[in-house]
Design a protein around this ligand. Structure first.
Ligand code: ZN
Length: 418
């Protein structure tokens, strides 16, 4: 069905594609805070990890609980869908649904000639690929999944006719979205717009743009593709990561995609971006993720880089001081910037793996949080000790707040069982 006004929503994959990146990782508590900050930002879905991986289970179940009513505090996350990534293999899908509380799945299988020949070594025909995908969607829906998307890995190097067939078969089997994966970052804004526009018209299914940055085009491709999908009458979903972290040269940066949809010459004039998105949360999430990964934000990062609103040269500084819009395309307040950050230069008290009661009480006093009784304090202390061990870094305000208000779920997500 063609909608009268299609929308562009965001499916962030920082906690899956971002975290599977070589050399870097996140603790389960950090992943949880990222899900929470994505929810505050109005992101539609967080692809939160791998339900089949045993060390993800406690984290997944605790996070799904955090989206549901909790008697005392209400749900931590109000709108966001939490999804898991799985191979498009019916047996994997059944396990994911029976072993975790995850109820949104993205099911992935390779579709390109290159991968069919050189990854699967000719084991599967194109018909086999479609059958496996259809069987996995059927298993998802019969097993209780609320939504299931189908991902064509290496879509940008796949024959267009086969992609249309794949997307159509997915829709007929009950898939909610088709993910066009530019796995190697091979597309350009023109090629991707043409291809996804055709798929949207022919297969009549909402489309996700999953773009990598090997040619520096991930943001441009994602936004161009999403607009083309909307112009073809279908909803579009952009896969992003915070700060563009991802395999090799990275994924499409969340904040840059939003900026392009709000402020670029042509796309900025469209009205497709969901009104739920709150750009003012950008500064907070970008800095949280940079610290969690231990990967600093480049100084020239759009919107959130240290130099994004910095001027030194005579003509620029003079122009910016006369009127900010002489040299600034958008306002720093729009990204949640502008506050002065105080950094203590005297005594510092932290709580962590070796912390005790009075240090803990001092730290929580700084957040205006006191303990109801000794038991509450002891439980919080124990969770802070373990959380600090997992993070290997001082706990942030968000982490301390989460531990204090949702100890039951934090205990579960910190528990890793094989
Ligand atoms: Zn990817």
């Amino acid at each position: 069905m063609v909608k009268s006004m299609p929308t562009i929503e965001f499916i962030d994959v920082t906690n899956r594609d971002g975290e599977q990146t070589a050399r870097i990782s996140l603790s389960k508590l950090q992943k949880t805070v990222i899900n929470w900050l994505l929810d505050e930002m109005g992101v539609y879905q967080s692809e939160m990890g791998f339900p089949l991986n045993p060390h993800e289970r406690g984290y997944i179940n605790a996070n799904v609980d955090l989206t549901q009513d909790d008697s005392e505090n209400g749900p931590l996350m109000k709108r966001i869908q939490l999804s898991g990534w799985s191979r498009a293999v019916a047996g994997d899908v059944e396990k994911a649904l029976s072993q975790t509380k995850i109820r949104h799945l993205n099911l992935s299988i390779s579709t390109s000639e290159q991968m069919l020949t050189w990854k699967f070594r000719g084991k599967f025909s194109k018909e086999d690929i479609i059958k496996m995908m259809v069987d996995s969607v059927t298993a998802a829906k019969q097993g209780g999944a609320i939504t299931a998307g189908v991902n064509a890995e290496d879509a940008s190097r796949t024959d267009l006719g086969f992609l249309i067939e794949f997307a159509q078969a997915g829709r007929e089997a009950g898939a909610d979205r088709f993910r066009y994966c530019d796995t190697l970052g091979h597309d350009d804004p023109m090629s991707i717009s043409e291809r996804v526009g055709t798929i949207a018209r022919e297969a009549q299914i909402p489309i996700e743009l999953h773009c990598h940055n090997d040619l520096g085009l991930a943001v441009a491709n994602s936004v161009a593709g999403a607009v083309a999908v909307c112009e073809a009458g279908q909803d579009a979903f952009i896969n992003t990561t915070v700060n563009g972290i991802g395999e090799r040269a990275g994924n499409a940066d969340l904040v840059s995609c939003i900026l392009a949809l709000k402020y670029s010459a042509k796309w900025g004039k469209t009205d497709y971006i969901t009104p739920q998105i709150d750009l003012t949360k950008s500064w907070k999430i970008a800095n949280y993720v940079a610290n969690a990964f231990g990967v600093p934000i480049p100084i020239n990062q759009p919107g959130v880089g240290a130099n994004a609103f910095a001027h030194e040269s005579g003509i620029h500084a003079d122009g910016a001081l006369k009127d900010r819009h002489n040299y600034e395309l958008y306002d720093y307040e729009a990204l949640g910037r502008g506050e002065k950050i105080e950094i203590p230069t005297g005594r510092v008290i932290t709580t962590g793996a070796h912390g005790g009661a009075s240090g803990l009480e001092y730290v929580y006093n700084q957040l205006d949080l006191g303990f109801a009784d000794d038991e509450h304090m002891r439980e919080t202390l124990q969770l802070c000790q373990i959380a600090n061990l997992h993070n290997q870094a001082p706990l942030t305000r968000e982490e301390l707040w989460l531990i204090y208000h949702y100890p039951k779920q934090v205990r579960e997500l910190l528990t890793v069982i094989l």
